[in-house]
Design a protein around this ligand. Structure first.
Ligand code: C2O
Ligand code: CU
Ligand code: CU
Length: 422
């Protein structure tokens, strides 16, 4: 990278009030604001210093989901700050262009803090992302969309306890970027949507109501080699996808909307103006992600079994213990981990698996090649009941990292292990 810069940010976790419903204030949490958070813009090669300030009434941590940073900068449950405390983290950005996010990770209350509003985005750019010619006008044709479901009480307050279902909070009100019933105005051009499933427990299957296709260009941790044409995409909690919808090609007499194919509900209606935009490009080749023969032939050295529902969730039969290291791995060495979701007598459920501090490669699902849009860097993936997924994992840095289910209530209920990288 040509320029290596030093970037300084201050991120405060704070309490606030937000007018989600007209004329009423809802108590919320946010980073550098009342609700949700800013986009932290980073470039590959940057040295980043972030001052962390906890202005909440409770302990919190600042976790960079998807960032390949040393364990002591990762913001897991060990990095807890008490109310009023500050800390400073420093790291170098060594990974490629991607859309990541950040959220709290205090032991036992991650789910409630995220639910109440603590979540922000991280954009990494690099020489490749700047030269591809993709839509990149923030808020115009390059739009972040954080999908979260909430339950409000009769006073329009976020009610975590009321939202609690058996396996996590499933709310009946959808917020996108913290907004109720949003509508997105776009021009007749290619529009890039950076989708984040920021829900605690709900899966979304995004689809256009007209059944038209779109292109997926990026996974959790970077660009796909080529755009992948899809009619729908499912994201489990914490997964991201960048997609491009070409509104110049769609029949705008239809009322266009993104819907959730799981229940047919409208997620986001589009208002398409008559105006055409400047046409951006979707290049044929965007990245050079590869899975080598060597990686394919590595033996499995870690077996990880996800099991259970509600508060009976375990990984390899155990619940989280802050003082126990469950796995060790050598820095810079690639190992193949085999994940299995063991069904119970109820059949079991999907667990979204996430590992901190690494972008990994999905090698196979039940012995088969993963779908084209999973052949890219991932930090989270869905693990279906009775499914076996092989993943090639390498850590660039040292430290202690979490491995957990990203149904945040499962994580808080102990579906989390620790990996020590030496
Ligand atoms: Cu999204 Cu343990 O993280
Ligand atoms: Cu994470
Ligand atoms: Cu789970």
């Amino acid at each position: 990278n040509a320029k290596e810069e030093e970037i300084a940010y201050t991120v405060r976790a704070q309490k606030g009030e937000t007018e989600i419903f007209d004329g009423t204030k809802t108590k919320t949490l946010g980073y550098n604001g009342a609700f949700l958070g800013p986009v932290l813009h980073l470039s590959k090669g940057d040295t980043v210093k972030i001052k962390l300030i906890n202005e909440l009434d409770e302990d919190t941590t600042f976790h960079w989901h998807g960032l390949e940073v040393p364990g002591d900068a990762d913001g897991g449950p060990h990095a807890s700050l008490k109310p009023g405390e500050e800390n400073m983290v420093e790291f170098k950005v060594t990974q490629e262009a991607s859309t990541l996010w950040f959220h709290p990770h205090p032991e036992g209350s991650t789910s409630e803090q995220v639910y109440n509003g603590l979540a922000g985005l991280i954009y990494i750019e690099d020489d490749n992302s700047k030269s591809l010619g993709l839509p990149n006008e923030y808020g115009q044709n390059d739009i972040p969309l954080i999908f979260q479901d909430k339950t409000f009480d009769d006073k329009y307050q976020l009610n975590y306890d009321a939202a609690m279902n058996e396996d996590g909070t499933i709310g009946e009100t959808l917020l996108i970027n913290g907004t109720l019933n949003p509508m997105l105005s776009v021009k007749k051009e290619k529009v890039r949507l950076r989708l984040l499933n920021g829900s605690n427990a709900r899966n979304f299957t995004f689809k256009l109501n007209t059944g038209d296709s779109f292109e997926q260009i990026a996974t959790d941790g970077g660009f796909l080699n080529e755009p992948v044409t899809l009619k729908e995409i499912t994201l489990t909690p914490s997964e991201r996808a960048e997609i491009i919808i070409d509104f110049s090609k769609l029949d705008t007499d239809d009322d266009l909307a993104l819907i959730n194919d799981e229940d047919g509900s409208i997620l986001l209606p589009f208002q398409v103006s008559e105006q055409g935009g400047e046409d951006s490009n979707i290049p044929e080749k965007m990245n050079d992600f590869t899975i080598t023969e060597e990686e394919m032939n590595l033996p499995v050295t870690k077996n990880v079994e996800f099991f259970g529902m509600m508060d009976k969730v375990t990984i390899n039969g155990k619940k989280f213990d802050k003082d126990r290291i469950d796995f060790t791995q050598e820095q810079g060495v690639t190992e193949v981990w085999e994940f299995y979701n063991k069904p119970d007598d109820m059949g079991g459920m999907i667990h979204p698996v996430h590992i901190h501090g690494t972008q990994f490669k999905i090698l196979s699902r039940n012995g088969e090649e993963p779908s084209e849009n999973e052949q890219g860097w991932k930090d989270s993936f869905s693990l279906e009941p009775d499914e076996t997924v092989k993943v090639a994992v390498q850590f660039k840095n040292k430290g202690v990292y979490m491995l957990h289910c990203h149904i945040l209530e499962h994580e808080d209920n102990g579906m989390m292990s620790q990996v020590k990288v030496e």
